[in-house]
Design a protein around this ligand. Structure first.
Ligand SMILES: Nc1ncnc2c1ncn2[C@@H]1O[C@H](COP(=O)(O)OP(=O)(O)OP(=O)(O)O)[C@@H](O)[C@H]1O
Ligand SMILES: [Mg+2]
Length: 236
């Protein structure tokens, strides 16, 4: 569905992504885990066309994605960025409308968003900046869905959220995936991400150092030591 080959990106002298290749299969969730500064967001921005890689190719199906953001969205690859970037002064519904700017009739998308996130319907006239962190993350995801993605790129959806809300977000990601959308999920919360992912990669200093199924990676001793708190004990 999404095929990344030999992707490299540098900010001047800092090489954030080094020769990265992987494939997100259709209908799957793929997790990319890694420490702060590993290059996860840079990778997502390259896929979304916000950064122009110096090397490599990105295909969605048979289509070569040019690094131009609106063209990437037209090809149904949609980024929900780290930090959410909702429009704080617009209402919930206006934010959703903005997400569907490539779609002719946005009302089915709005209805779908409200079915998936009833809280957003209750608060559709509320200014988005006054919502809680968890609600804002749900809005950011719902806004991304408004563009009818085939591939949803989620950058740190659980960042800064309480554990119970993180579980809600992970369930929502699984529900979105069950509807047929392939998901690339970047997370520092490796345990949660690998728990719902079909496949995963570990990114270290811009390089993919390990790949496997979500279950394999979650059981891998070196990953447990580096990213899962150094113990096989399960979280709640
Ligand atoms: N605009 C920029 N200019 C220069 N260097 C940058 C810029 N953005 C990121 N970097 C550098 O690129 C590297 C990768 O950063 P990136 O944001 O992709 O990491 P990350 O894995 O998403 O980290 P985090 O988990 O903290 O979000 C880091 O060394 C960072 O300092
Ligand atoms: Mg990041």
């Amino acid at each position: 569905m999404l095929k990344i080959e030999n992707l490299s990106f540098s900010y001047g002298k800092i090489q954030a992504i080094k020769n990265v290749s992987f494939e997100l299969k259709k209908g799957e969730i793929m997790a990319i885990v890694g420490a702060n500064g590993a290059g996860k967001s840079s990778l997502m921005k390259c896929i979304a066309g916000l950064l122009k890689p110096q090397n490599g190719t990105i295909y969605c199906g048979d289509t070569l994605l040019e690094p131009i953001p609106f063209k990437v969205v037209e090809n149904k690859v949609v980024l929900v960025p780290e930090g959410r970037w909702i429009f704080p002064n617009l209402t919930v519904e206006e934010n959703l409308m903005m997400g569907g700017y490539t779609v002719n009739d946005r009302s089915p998308g709005i209805q779908h968003a409200y079915r998936m996130f009833p809280r957003l319907e209750e608060r559709k006239q509320q200014r988005a900046g006054t919502m809680s962190g968890g609600e804002q993350q749900m809005l950011a995801i719902a806004r991304g869905l408004m563009a009818n993605p085939k591939v949803l790129l989620l950058d740190e959806p659980s960042l800064g959220l309480a554990p119970l809300i993180v579980n809600d977000i992970m369930s929502i990601i699984q529900e979105i995936n069950r509807e047929g959308i392939s998901v690339l999920l970047v997370e520092q919360n490796a345990r949660k991400a690998l728990g719902i992912a079909h496949h995963g990669c570990v990114l270290e200093q811009g390089v993919i150092v390990k790949t496997g199924t979500g279950a394999e990676l979650a059981q891998d001793e070196s990953i447990i030591a580096a990213y899962l708190g150094g113990t096989k004990k399960k979280e709640q």
